[in-house]
Ligand binder design. Structure first.
Ligand SMILES: Nc1nc2c(ncn2[C@@H]2O[C@H](COP(=O)(O)OP(=O)(O)O)[C@@H](O)[C@H]2O)c(=O)[nH]1
Ligand SMILES: [Mg+2]
Length: 197
């Protein structure tokens, strides 16, 4: 897929306020600092695009971007919110789950996992929940340039092994680096394939 245009549309506080659109949506989610903004900018080829969701306030909203006038990239709030109150955490969880479970336009969720770290239970729990709810998803391992090849492969394998304790069919996964644009063609091609049905 060639990216011809990528523009911020708007931010919404909950799924019921998201617009009634016809474009399929691809959501991006992961823990804070996993490299989500960098990856969105890398995939779209627009350096400042995801900055809007990094500005205070927007990190707790559902941020919509229109790509090539035919699909929406939806930047979701991070999960595992260490620095917010219990009440705020519950609000964010409700917002994220509401979007993932109710949004008819959702084609697929990309879950970002930091390839530099061994598997974290918060990520595994989140993915297991997606599986239970039968929400289509794929995994994007981020920051692959920051780690040696052997350890990268080890972390990926450990993660997939942990998932296989719960699931017979493992999700599709991609290795990415925003710094070196690794995985860009593959991820964009995958999005195109899904849209083609
Ligand atoms: N080396 C390297 N650093 C990255 C990569 N992606 C993100 N980072 C760095 O990781 C930090 C968090 O990235 P950011 O995109 O803001 O993460 P977010 O909080 O998930 O949106 C920043 O310092 C980025 O420069 C990558 O692919 N390679
Ligand atoms: Mg960010």
């Amino acid at each position: 897929m060639v990216i011809q245009s990528a523009n911020f549309v708007a931010s919404y506080p909950r799924v019921s306020m998201c617009p009634d659109t016809h474009q399929p949506e691809f959501a991006f989610i992961g823990r804070s600092n996993v490299g989500k903004s960098s990856l969105i900018n890398m995939l779209t080829g627009k350096k400042g695009l995801a900055k809007v969701s990094g500005t205070p306030g927007k990190t707790r909203l559902l941020n919509f971007f229109l790509i090539n006038n035919n699909w929406h990239l939806v930047d979701l709030p991070g999960y595992g919110f260490a620095k917010v109150s219990k009440k705020e955490q519950d609000n964010l969880t409700t917002m994220i789950n509401g979007y993932l479970m109710k949004r008819q336009q959702l084609a697929l969720a990309f879950v970002l996992i930091d390839s530099n770290l061994p598997p974290k239970s918060i990520d595994l729990d989140f993915i297991n929940k997606l599986g239970e709810f039968e929400i289509p998803f794929a995994i994007l391992f981020t920051k692959s340039d920051r780690i040696g090849k052997a350890l990268l492969e080890k972390h990926v394998q450990m993660f997939l092994d942990a998932l296989s304790e719960h699931w017979e069919n493992l999700p599709l996964h991609f290795i990415t680096s925003s710094q070196y644009r690794i995985g860009r063609e593959e991820v964009l091609q995958y999005i195109e394939d899904i849209m083609a049905g």
